[in-house]
Design a protein around this ligand. Sequence first.
Ligand SMILES: Cc1cc2nc3c(=O)[nH]c(=O)nc-3n(C[C@H](O)[C@H](O)[C@H](O)COP(=O)(O)OP(=O)(O)OC[C@H]3O[C@@H](n4cnc5c(N)ncnc54)[C@H](O)[C@@H]3O)c2cc1C
Length: 488
Amino acid sequence: MTTTPRIAIVGAGPGGLLCARVLQRHGLEVAVYDTDSGVHARDAGGTLDLKADSGQIALEDAGLLAQFRTLARPEGQAKTSLDQHGTVLSAFVPEEQDEAANEIDRGQLRALLAEHLTAGTVRWGHKLHTATPLPDGTHRLEFTNGTVSEADLLIGADGAWSRVRPLLTDATPHYSGISFLDARFDDVDLRHPRVAKLVGTGHMFATDNAGRALIGQRNSNGHVRGYVAMRTDLDWCDQAGLDLEDRTATQRFLRTEFAGWSDDLMPFITDGDGGFVNRPIHVLPAPLEWEHRPGVTLLGDAAHVMSPWGGFGVNLAMLDGAELARAVAEEPTVDDAIVRYETVMLPRAGEYAVGANQAMERFFATKDFDPADIPDPAAEHRQSIVAATEYRRLNPLAAGSAWTLRFRTPGGEKRSTLVFDTTTGTLDGIPVENLLRTGDDLKFTARITTPFKLKITCTAAIDGDTMTGTAKAAMMAIAFTGTRGAAS
Ligand SMILES: Cc1cc2nc3c(=O)[nH]c(=O)nc-3n(C[C@H](O)[C@H](O)[C@H](O)COP(=O)(O)OP(=O)(O)OC[C@H]3O[C@@H](n4cnc5c(N)ncnc54)[C@H](O)[C@@H]3O)c2cc1C
């Protein structure tokens, strides 16, 4: 970026916070506005799996992958599928080293991201009321608390019911035909042993192949989040004359809806702590595209809210955030950055959204049991690892990318490993300085210790899987080549 833009992100969900963190790692200033009064102001929801090829790449860009791993629950990747009689149809237990879809509580993830922003970055208690485009391509933001600000780059990260989205498209989310009722179980191992046994360390999915499902997900600290899910009308409560505040009446209604289901599964309906929360699943039309407009873009659910099937929503929100921040840091203007970001984000989100929406539709369809419908988490995890490698191959300067450099020194070839972090990197484990990336051109200063201590300034051009460059020291210049992948 040639000038320092005023960047405003509306929405401090995982996508907006991740974007802000990566922008700050690139030395850019940003303000994040959220309607919540604080990071812990509301129940952030259940558990999320962060995938190797998306959420974890974003966390690496944010420099927070190690911190994430200290909170994450690899054992939470376990999954059991049942029918309505309680018969186990499939069970997946992750291998010890498997972290391809590591689980974390939503609240922990949000706090982790918020805590690693410069103090004061998030302006809590700021609900966006209106965003108005100004003739010079900037935007004026008016908040319900009376605050007004202006931004050169406005990023709508404000979720499914985004107030920024109308600046780009008339599309609005529509009801998918599926409603989730959210239930909570505390201290499960002691107080709800039957739920604890069914859910195990990870997830339990039970379906009758007739539009009904019970889902249980283990969270940290002995909590389980349960979902009673049904294909039903949006106004099903009104039609049934049901007030969800009346737990007894709601449980009675659900027991009737789930008649014929095994009693072993009924604790998900009858034993919850606290009430039921209705979460009708709304999705945006997919694939969704819009014409580029100056100074404004969207990320995460604001751009592509989709069915939760497959667990892509938060992963894409975070990857969007990382990629947008990278583009802003590397492109000469805000609009170049938006075009670069949207060119990748829109088709990718469209593909995932179509797949996720169809998968949920299939799951809740009335049909005969087909073993092919049971997911294969082991294969999905392998695929995610392969996709992560491919992502880094296509994004040669993304955090975590490793290169083997071969220096042609007078004493013969010397091999070194260059690993990128978001804004810096290491050469043979020693941090490099003044790392500058412009497109595929690279410049950095490194201190080498063999064959003798020397400070070198390297310039190189990257072309696909190779790079070619020169390392200059006080009295000499030597050529080097690089290939993707760490030296073994
Ligand atoms: C039942 C259910 C289960 C799900 N399970 C999974 C899962 O397992 N895995 C997964 O990946 N995804 C899952 N998702 C989807 C996931 O929750 C979202 O994709 C993800 O939270 C999107 O992140 P985001 O940052 O884009 O938006 P959000 O998390 O929605 O954050 C938006 C933020 O914007 C703020 N905001 C909204 N309006 C305004 C305004 N006018 N002014 C200021 N601030 C505003 C909100 O307070 C919020 O903090 C699930 C969704 C549902 C409904």
